[in-house]
Design a protein around this ligand. Structure first.
Ligand SMILES: Nc1ncnc2c1ncn2[C@@H]1O[C@H](COP(=O)(O)OP(=O)(O)O)[C@@H](O)[C@H]1O
Ligand SMILES: [Mg+2]
Length: 294
């Protein structure tokens, strides 16, 4: 460093409170965690899992936002029969701010409705994308956890959301077709150099063994062919209460807190608690996601 530069610095430091009003406090280390719920195959239970997980995490004292990022078939609002005041397409268009469209779900979950039929993220203009990113970044400032219900498959938007998340839950069922597609998802993320915690969650299992076997199969092929580690997020039983709750348009963890599926969500929350599979990353999720376009 130049001598005169060092002198200036020392002067600045010693001037009592001279610039205190414009001095920014050091940026806090980001602690908001993002959890992307995705799957290769559709209809495996992503939305139900994202919703019930959010409600349980929130009930455990976390500030939680749930984002419906299934741009093709956004339907989380239908699951709970909530009246939405707008969705992400309005935010992109600039006709609404994020705070105008956020809706309160049970347990205080902050819900952001997805935009069915919204243009692919990559097709948004630079201006629209920046607006979306900036607005969504506000969620990070206000919450401890952000759960993202992604669309099925390995389309560019899903990969965009998933690759930026701290934790990816790849939901599958024990069916061979779902397992094959789950592997496709894991492979696509691995190819993009995903650095967060990647895990498999097996839904609609008949028993514990089936859940365990599904995880082991996927973890083994991922290790052998992709040389990556996939964590075990556990399993959720095939449970008639889930369908009943869907028909009643309620969250099963609230309608039937003691049912096997609700207990399974409780076990998942334990795995996601500090000391579990959570990964620390400093840069904000939505900014990181936007940067991935570059
Ligand atoms: N653990 C489960 N037990 C019984 N039925 C389930 C379970 N998980 C999901 N389902 C059924 O599957 C349907 C599709 O689930 P959904 O969450 O909408 O899937 P996705 O979001 O992956 O398309 C639900 O409406 C429900 O009837
Ligand atoms: Mg869904």
């Amino acid at each position: 460093m130049h001598n005169d530069q060092a002198k200036k610095l020392r002067e600045m430091m010693s001037r009592p409170n001279s610039r205190s009003r414009d001095v920014q406090p050091p940026a806090p280390v980001r602690t908001t965690k993002t959890i992307a719920v995705c799957s290769g195959k559709g209809g495996v239970g992503k939305s139900n899992i994202a919703l019930n997980l959010s409600i349980t995490l929130s009930g455990a004292g976390n500030r939680v936002a749930l984002v419906d990022a299934d741009m093709g078939m956004a339907n989380l609002d239908v699951l709970l029969n909530v009246d939405i005041k707008g969705d992400l397409s309005h935010v992109v268009a600039g006709t609404k701010r994020l705070e105008d469209i956020v809706v309160d779900l049970p347990n205080g979950v902050q819900f952001v409705a997805g935009a069915s039929g919204l243009a692919r993220l990559a097709n948004l203009s630079e201006f629209q994308r920046t607006r979306l990113t900036e607005e969504l970044s506000q969620l990070e400032a206000d919450n401890d956890l952000i759960v993202i219900d992604c669309g099925a498959g390995i389309g560019p938007d899903v990969l965009q959301f998933a690759s930026g998340a701290d934790i990816v839950l790849v939901v599958t069922t024990p069916e061979p077709t779902a397992i094959t597609d789950a592997y496709g998802m894991i492979k696509a993320l691995a190819k993009r150099g995903y650095v967060g915690s990647l895990s498999v969650l097996t839904n609609q299992v008949d028993n514990r063994q089936e859940g365990r076997a599904t995880y082991q199969r996927l973890a083994e092929v991922a290790r052998r062919f992709l040389d990556i580690r996939v964590f075990d997020a556990g399993y959720i039983d095939e449970d008639p209460r889930v369908r009943q709750a869907v028909r009643r348009r309620q969250a099963f963890v609230l309608a039937y807190p003691k049912c096997p599926a609700s207990r399974a969500i409780g076990a998942l929350v334990n795995k996601l608690s500090p000391g579990g599979a959570l990964v620390r990353q400093k840069e904000g999720f939505f900014r990181r996601m936007a940067r991935l376009f570059a």
